[in-house]
Design a protein around this ligand. Sequence first.
Ligand code: GDP
Ligand code: MG
Length: 690
Amino acid sequence: MTNSEKKLTIALAGNPNSGKTTLFNVLTGSRQHVANYPGVTVEIKNGLCHHRDQKIKVVDLPGIYSLTAYSPEELVARQFILEQKPDVVIDVIDSSNLERNLYLAVQLMEMNVPLVLAFNMADVAKARGLEFDLNQMQLLLDVPIVSLVARKGEGTEQLLDVVLRAAAEKKARRVQVPFGPQVEKELEKLMPLVDGQLDFARHFGVRWVALKLLEGDQQVLALPHSAELLVTMEQSMKELEKHYHESPDIVIADRRYGFISGACQETVRTTAQSRHDISDQIDVVMTHSVWGLPIFAVLMYLVFWLTFTAGEIPMGWMESLFGWLGGWITSHWPAGWSEHLRSLVVDGIIGGVGGVLIFLPNILLLFLGIAFLEDTGYMARAAFLMDRLMHKIGLHGKSFIPMLIGFGCSVPAIMATRILENRRTRLTTMMVIPLFSCGARLPIYALIIPAFFAPAWYGPIMWMMYIIGVLFAVLLALLLRNTLFKGEAIPFVMELPPYRMPTLRSLMLHMWDRGWQYLQKAGTVILGISILLWAASSYPKISEDKLAGLDKVQQQSAQMQYSITGRVGRLIEPAIRPLGFDWKVGTALIGAFAAKEVFVAQMGIVYSVGEGDETSDALRQRLRADYTPLKGLCIMLFCLLSSPCVATVAVTARESGSWKWAALQYFGLTAVAYAATLVVYQVGSLLIGG
Ligand code: GDP
Ligand code: MG
């Protein structure tokens, strides 16, 4: 086993009054004076102990809360670890005060020192009704933990066993404390610039040195660094300040607390609650095992309700604006100019792009709501709540983060699955992400729901669509994890950052970001496709003699059926008739593959072209005349579940590394959509008659 000639050095670190000196006395058999207040002495006490033929030098460090180099105690303790490089550091933790004590532990983890956590005061913790899932916590923190009652000498044998093992293994850490995408990005920039020859960097890793630089650590700053590193560091700090409106060391500290809070939520059970800060008090309600999920559902509902109620008025304005614009252009169209061009502008562009733009207010409101939930820190709780559920379906709460992003857009959501280390979990998550109803589906709901349902139902039905998507995602994930992507899930800490009141500025920025993306999409992809779809709906022109003897409405319908859209539509109609769809819906669904909003654009174009000159009724009224509420529901259901858009398919192929998975996603989801819609339409027709 270990070489008995060589003496091991272990250092006892920990907060003041966590029981370091008591443990030191037990281990070394000495009778050091136990001082009850910190700051009296900052000297280091040495002692010797033997365990399984191994000579061990034990060092009692002064009590500290953190590893910055501010107080004399911190300086002494840190200096010892940095310079003497003990074989193992035991962090003595007052486990009756776990979260606060873990702050130091996390910093030791960052330093990559061989670490063992001694959960001391186990008797006190027990008396306070605290129960720890030590196995889970060891996995989450990637560090061995031993429970201890130092005052009674309980657990010290086991502690020394674990210490010897840790000294022999010297294994590299697998778990890094995550600091969030912004900080990680800056760390990525700094790490290659940190001189690997520096003694600190060689021993504690470039990541630690880079982190200390971002924290503004004077001691690490004073090391000889290249000018390039210093300049980059300045820029990085400015970036972070700009993003968080807070100095980087505070941001980093917050992240540590978030990490700890998440780890504790998952592994500590309390029978007698003793919570301290406001965030924890809010979390008692928000992450409650019974009420948490209903609260989440209600909050999401409120967001959708807001999207509709507050969005209705500006939506009405936009609708009248485009209606008026189309009418104005038609009536002022110069006599000699091409009628084809007029139809392109009015029916194609205004009917298509305009139809999509109408929903800009709803999009803005939806993202305002989501940004609010995100910025307050609530979304992290939602992910945490889902964690329990996710474990049941063989995924991790971490998968819920990309899924939440999927409510915005599937493309970044699928890219965000990179945070999942396990390939099978990642593929499963990727496959089901399109079921999280994205922003581009919103215009479809916003078009259809008010066409068929009373205002009181707008919110509930929209909410229901989102929930149906989530339910399907859960079921499919369960299926995939038990078939194609079978395997163990790896545990992982869900961070719980403190609750914050979001700044108006950051909310507006988020909202505008999404709104701008929507506008750009409307001005490029949707514009192009609208023109194509308009052409397909207008050409080829039927010859005059075929129209003879038909009245105006019949003529229009004959022309529409003669056009490419009409022909394609009729070709696929037999396949979609069992779902309650006609050829118009069919062509709109094909168009929706390019981008989901195109569904709305295409319906606008089909009706606008078919309508001829009299642009009178709003699209919704036309829909109400042609379809039933059941058909409306089926359209929404199919759009929700079916074939993700082309960008999603492409990004799935890229991120999964194979077109095979993209094809599975595309055809699998479309098949699911078909089956589900078929059942709903057929059963619905039987019950309420079409
Ligand atoms: P230090 O500041 O980390 O060196 O902590 P000390 O060793 O001075 O201990 C602080 C106080 O906690 C002393 O009164 C100890 O008797 C007490 N103490 C230490 N370990 C335990 C334990 O496991 N259980 C209980 N109940 N008290 C302990
Ligand atoms: Mg002491």
